[in-house]
Design a protein around this ligand. Structure first.
Ligand code: TYC
Length: 98
């Protein structure tokens, strides 16, 4: 007689780790331009964009969005590129969530 294992195979479906998009402060990019980029690339309203910009301005950095790694990197690159095209050092970076 054969014994049937009682252990059910585990179905392991892991959620992909989400990544933060961070806005980094600098001394050169105009505040209004940062707000324009946040509105265009992250679809924020004016109030939200102003608050995020001011948080980065005062604290050095602010979380802008939490997305899949691919989307976070795409958005950070596109937003950084908007600044670069105008000659500004505006920087968006990404980091994995804990
Ligand atoms: N510190 C900039 C200034 O005073 C404005 C600014 C805010 C730039 C946030 C970047 O991520 C930033 N003109």
């Amino acid at each position: 007689m054969t014994t049937i294992p009682r252990v059910k195979p585990e179905l392991k479906v892991e959620r992909p780790k989400l990544h933060k998009v961070l806005l980094v402060n600098d001394d050169f990019t105009p505040r209004a331009f940062v707000v324009t980029v946040l509105r265009a690339e992250f679809r924020m309203g004016d109030g939200q964009a102003q608050r995020v910009m001011m948080t980065a301005h005062q604290r050095g950095v602010c979380v802008v969005a939490v997305l899949t790694r691919e989307l976070a990197e795409e958005k950070a690159t596109a937003a950084t590129e908007m600044g670069r095209k105008q000659g500004y050092p505006l920087l968006f970076t990404t980091e994995p969530e804990e």
